[in-house]
Design a protein around this ligand. Structure first.
Ligand code: NAD
Length: 476
């Protein structure tokens, strides 16, 4: 059994849980420890005890530790990517790409450690100096989803440590292997005991323990909007700092003047790759009437040619859905879309392959309406719909008519419409002639409305959440 990591030691859990390969349900990757509330409390206490020395410690030590972690992840990206694809179901190139991303994030924050700066300002009172500095927040609870099992933990753990915080990390139940492999690398990086802790287990028990414990000063969460609201409720009651990255219902606008090939590539890559299991996935194609027939025809042709199979098999374009529950949800939405009157242009059915896995043909609905549930609710699978519109103005209204605001894209050859869209889209990230999913790691990531709450993640903007500001006055 792969154990939890508490106070510098691997500690067995109170129970264990098998990790099942969604491409082949007969393949059990390993048994992973499950913590309870008591073990979570031990991890939090260890982090709190380690914080005074770590938070005020030498920044060269911090930078070196993060750099060692990044170097090892990058050196082992094929092996880590394979493990990730085996447990989560994204294709092997996607898995390797994600592992590499995690390594790059640790490298980025290894350097950011050395770039922490303050400000010195004149006072309005004569003979007084003002210094503004940033200090670590303390113990940070990290709660992550299953769809990016190494990159999302990396983009929370690396800045947390870089800015001098101690960490208790709770990964999603479905993907303990990537979390454990990352922990094993971190455990050999030279961090003092207690600075980083891993507690695997259910959100309702281990996650809740992080939310309720007053020694956890800040909670950074990525997951569904429903869970995010619950976390906000608990954390706000005891005034803990919170950062929430949640769901999306991301639009991709396609105007009549778009290059059809670019538009179809953006649509397929953004909506269906990684099995559509990305918070930034396009799930609504908002298409102007002139290009609409050609777009629907080309999408159908291209989607029917995609190969859905074992994530680890060379040539697979789309791997399986992550588990039975998610597959049931995806198929239920296909039925809902049909009942609502959208036209299923292709896919949407369960597939059988040599191995017993959660395979589904990517579903593409045409002639949808933005009021339909398939256009309003996050499905989180390979299901997307096309909504015809008459003008750019109508496209913008439809794109913004959603409770979410994470990512939004436009395909157009018009500088005017690209510029308008960047300005008027109500999303945190806007893409022009690019898929709505796929971002850089050195710039801010996050959204608006029900997609995000709190300050941005990634890049130097991460300092906002992982530090607290101090203003000091000195009489000269
Ligand atoms: P989820 O909300 O079910 O779970 C996320 C994490 O929260 C898991 O670790 C889970 O164990 C934990 N959790 C559940 N209940 C809890 C509780 N009561 N207290 C504390 N923790 C609890 O989400 P998921 O199914 O793992 O992931 C899919 C969701 O994540 C989608 O909605 C997707 O859009 C979102 N997501 C958002 C982003 C983003 O950056 N905005 C990125 C990736 C995924």
């Amino acid at each position: 059994m792969q154990a939890n990591f508490i106070d510098g030691k691997f500690v067995p859990g109170v129970a264990s849980r098998p990790n099942i390969n969604p491409s082949d349900t007969s393949d059990i990757i390993a048994e992973y420890a499950q913590a309870d509330g008591e073990q979570a409390a031990l991890a939090i206490a260890a982090a709190a005890a380690a914080f005074p020395a770590w938070g005020s410690g030498n920044i060269q030590t911090r930078s070196d530790c993060l750099d060692r972690i990044g170097t090892e992840i990058l050196a082992r990206k094929e092996e880590l990517g394979r493990l990730l694809s085996r447990e989560e179901g994204k294709t092997l190139p996607e898995g390797i790409g994600e592992a590499a991303r995690a390594g790059q994030i640790f490298k980025f924050f290894a350097a950011e450690v050395l770039r922490q700066r303050g400000e010195r300002l004149a006072s309005v009172r004569p003979g007084v100096d003002i210094e503004i500095t940033r200090e670590p927040v303390g113990v940070v609870g990290i709660i992550t989803p299953w769809n990016f099992p190494i990159a999302i933990p990396a983009w929370k753990i690396a800045p947390a440590l870089a800015y001098g915080n101690c960490v208790v990390f709770k990964p999603a139940e479905l993907v303990p292997a990537s979390a454990w492999a990352l922990t094993e690398i971190i455990s050999r990086s030279g961090l003092p005991a207690g600075v980083f802790n891993l507690v695997m287990g259910p959100g309702s028990r281990v996650g809740q323990a992080l939310i309720d414990n007053p020694a956890v000063n800040a909670i950074t969460f990525t997951g569904s909007t429903t869970t995010g609201r619950r976390i906000l409720d608990g954390a706000s009651r005891r005034l803990a700092k919170v950062q929430l990255e949640m769901g999306g219902k991301n639009p991709l606008v396609i105007l009549d003047d778009a290059d059809l090939d670019v538009a179809v590539n953006c649509a397929i890559q953004g909506a269906y790759y990684s099995t559509g299991q990305r918070c930034t996935a396009s799930s609504r194609f908002i298409v102007q009437k002139g290009i609409y027939p050609a777009f629907v025809a080309e999408m159908t042709k291209r989607l029917e040619a995609l190969r859905v199979d074992d994530a680890l098999q060379p040539g697979t374009d789309i791997g399986p859905v992550v588990d039975q529950d998610q597959l049931d949800q995806d198929l239920a939405y296909v039925a809902i879309g049909r009942e609502e009157g959208a036209r299923l242009a292709c896919g949407g059915n369960r597939l059988t392959r040599d191995k017993d896995g959660f395979y589904m043909a990517p579903a593409f609905f045409a002639d949808a309406d933005n009021r339909m549930r398939i256009a309003r609710e996050e499905i989180f699978g390979p299901v997307a719909c096309a909504i015809p519109v008459a003008t750019y103005e109508e496209a913008l209204l439809v794109a913004n008519d959603t409770e979410y605001g994470l990512s939004a894209g436009i395909c157009t050859t018009s500088l005017k419409y690209a510029t308008y869209f960047k300005r008027h889209s109500q999303a945190g990230m806007v893409m022009v002639n690019l898929a709505t999913a796929g971002v850089d790691y050195h710039v801010p990531f996050g959204g608006r409305k029900a997609s995000s709450l709190g300050s941005r993640e990634q890049g130097s903007y991460a300092a906002e959440f992982f530090t607290t500001v101090k203003t000091a006055y000195t009489a000269a």
